[in-house]
Structures are given as C-alpha cells and as structure tokens.
Design a protein around this ligand. Structure first.
Ligand SMILES: Cc1ncc(C[n+]2csc(CCOP(=O)(O)OP(=O)(O)O)c2C)c(N)n1
Ligand SMILES: [Mg+2]
Length: 339
C-alpha cells in the first residue's frame, strides 16, 4: 500500500515549505520597499509613498489564511498588500514611477492601484474610507451566497474614525463576512496611540456592536496566520464579522517626508533588533535545521533579482501618453454582473 507523504513539520503547526514561503514573501516586500525608497530618493517616484517595512508579517500571515476569491482592501500603505496577494512587482513598481506599465497605467501612483484578478480593491488615500467599502464588498459575497471573506485593513489612527463604527454596526447587523484588520503600528503620522487614544485596546470596541475579536502579535507571522484562520472560519461559517487588532511597527517614517521627531532612534532600533518578523522566521529555519545560511542567501539573491527586474521594468516603461488624461474617468460599459 502506498504511504502518503506528509510534509516535515518545522513547528507544531507549520511545515518547512510553508515557513520558507512566508520567509520569501516577507523578504520580497521588504526588499521591494527598500528599492522603492531608493527610487524615491533618486526622484523617480514622486508624490506620496508610504512604506510598509516592519509590518510584513501582517499581510503575509493573513494571506496564508485566505483562499481563492477572498477580497482585500486597504489604505495608502498598500504595496505590501499587493505583493502578498500575488500582484506583479513589475506592475506595482511601474505604477509607483508613474509609467504606462503600471497597474493604473501610471495614472494612480502609490495609493491607487487595483487588481480585479487578485481581488485587490485598493489603495485608498482617505483615512478609513476603505472600511465601509470593505463591508460593502462582503455584502456582495453574502448576497451572491458564496463563502468568501473580505480582509479590510486599516490603521490605529483610522480606528478612531466614525465611519468605522457605522460599518461595524451594519456588518454585524447583516452578518457580513468581513475581517476588520486593525494594523496597530502605534502611530498615526506623528501621533502615538498613547496621545490620541484613551483605551489602549481597539478590538474591544467591537463588543459594543456584538463583534468578536482579539489582539495578535503582528511581528510573529505564525501567530497572525493562526488568528487569521480563526477569523476566516468565523466569517465563512456565516457568523458575521470578526476584528483582529494586529500589534505591529513601522520602521520607516509615516511617508517619505517625515522628520521622525515623535519617537527615539532607540525605540526603532530595539524593535528591529528584538522583534523583527523576518529575523524570527529566519531563526526558526536555522535553529530547526530546516535551512542553512546558504539556502537563505540563495533566497535573498532570488528576491533581489525580482526586485531589481521590477525597477528596470519601471524605468524602461514609457510615461503615459497625454491623451490618457481623458481615459478611465467614467465607466464606458456597465458590467453585466452589476446589473
Ligand atoms: C480623512 C483624512 N484625514 C486625515 C488624513 C491625513 N492622514 C494621512 S495618513 C494619516 C494617519 C493615519 O494613521 P493610521 O490609520 O494609524 O495608519 P498608518 O499610517 O499608521 O498606516 C492621516 C491623519 C487623510 N488622509 N484622510
Ligand atoms: Mg498607525
């Protein structure tokens, strides 16, 4: 009788292959963002650009809990979300540089990219505007009768906005399959949560609407994945929304123009040295002898090649033609499924 081959378990709940995948996915985001920072410094990216460095475990952990057809919507700090759901680094980098080969044909920039294929609904510059949109996307799935969920990401600053609570109320009232993901990176521009918020727990506010939730260590990709699986199971079972408050940290400034006077260098350094999400997985891989230093170096090399190729693609892609100013403003056709 043939024996079924099971993947070696690197930790009780995760295989070596999965761990390597999370390592790779987080590293892609980090290196991509570092490259975007460089291109910004060289003047190749203009306008707004908010880097995600430090927060990679949030999107990678939650994407590990997602299935085909699930949706995602987020704020302006969005490059990591796009890469994690499988969007092409070339298209994202070309959009950042305002080129024709970008996801919005070079007309959207960092905060305004979309992918119908990957069910990525933006990219929103208005703080918290994506939260009711996420509830609406979940409404569509409920209406259609499938079991997909929508990951609706927003920050600690956004979590103090009124429209979040209007969305909570309707989502719970109608049992919408939406995971509200609060990426609590402890700052909203230069304002720390301690200065802006009386209670230090955002997820508990869901109780006022009857929504369950929990706090998650956002520097630990396995903890995020486990919490994501629980949240998603809740939504798919028709039990309505779920809140994940994911405690994370951004290493870079709010955007590319940030004097960073609101926190000390030591605070950032301590987080990088003691809590870094990529380093944690690296240590599990090495100490468990699931990978050697050389294996990890080879992954790093591969990722650098992908990222460098995206920068080359972006530089070679032409700027959009002037006539493009008049296109993509109004829908020319109404999609039949929306009628
Ligand atoms: C309605 C609105 N108010 C203010 C701003 C300016 N603004 C942009 S980002 C931001 C901070 C949001 O912080 P948070 O929600 O914690 O997200 P993070 O930047 O930390 O990811 C503010 C106030 C805006 N874009 N939209
Ligand atoms: Mg924040």
């Amino acid at each position: 009788m043939a024996t079924r081959k099971t993947a070696a378990k690197a930790t009780p709940n995760v295989s070596k292959e999965d761990l390597l995948q999370y390592y790779r996915d987080m590293l892609l985001i980090r290196r991509f963002e570092e490259k975007a920072g460089q291109l910004y410094g060289m003047g190749l990216i203009g306008g707004f650009c908010h880097l995600y460095i430090g927060q990679e475990a949030v999107v990678v952990g939650l994407e590990a809990a997602a299935k085909e057809g699930d949706k995602r919507v987020t704020s302006y700090r969005d490059h990591g979300h796009m890469l994690a759901c499988g969007m092409d680094p070339n298209g994202v980098m070309a959009e950042l540089t305002g080129r024709e080969g970008g996801y919005s044909k070079g007309k959207g920039g960092s905060m305004h990219m979309f992918s119908k294929e990957k069910h990525f609904y933006g990219g929103h510059g208005i703080v918290a505007a994506q939260v009711p949109i996420g509830a609406g996307l979940a409404f569509a799935d409920k209406y259609k009768g499938n079991d997909n969920v929508t990951f609706t990401y927003f920050g600690d600053g956004a979590a103090n906005q009124g429209q979040v609570y209007e969305a909570y109320n309707m989502a719970e009232l109608w049992d919408l399959p939406v995971v509200f993901v609060i990426e609590n990176n402890q700052y909203a521009m230069g304002t720390s949560t301690k200065r802006s918020t009386k209670s230090n727990s955002y997820w508990e506010r869901g109780a006022a609407y009857g929504i369950e939730g929990e706090e998650v260590d956002g520097m630990d990709v396995l903890a995020v994945k486990a919490a994501g699986e629980k949240a998603v199971a809740h939504c798919r079972a028709g039990k309505g929304p779920y809140i994940l408050e994911i405690k994370t940290y951004r290493y870079r400034g709010h955007s590319m123009s940030d004097p960073a006077k609101y926190r000390t260098r030591d605070e950032v350094q301590k987080m990088r040295e003691e809590r870094d999400c990529i380093e944690q997985v690296r240590q599990i891989l090495l100490t468990g002898k699931h990978a050697t230093e050389d294996d990890l170096k080879a992954i790093d090399k591969d990722i650098k090649e992908v990222v460098n190729a995206s920068a080359e693609f972006a530089k070679e892609s032409p700027e959009p033609a002037l006539e493009e100013l008049w296109t993509d403003i109004y829908a020319e056709e109404i999609p039949q499924e929306a009628v």
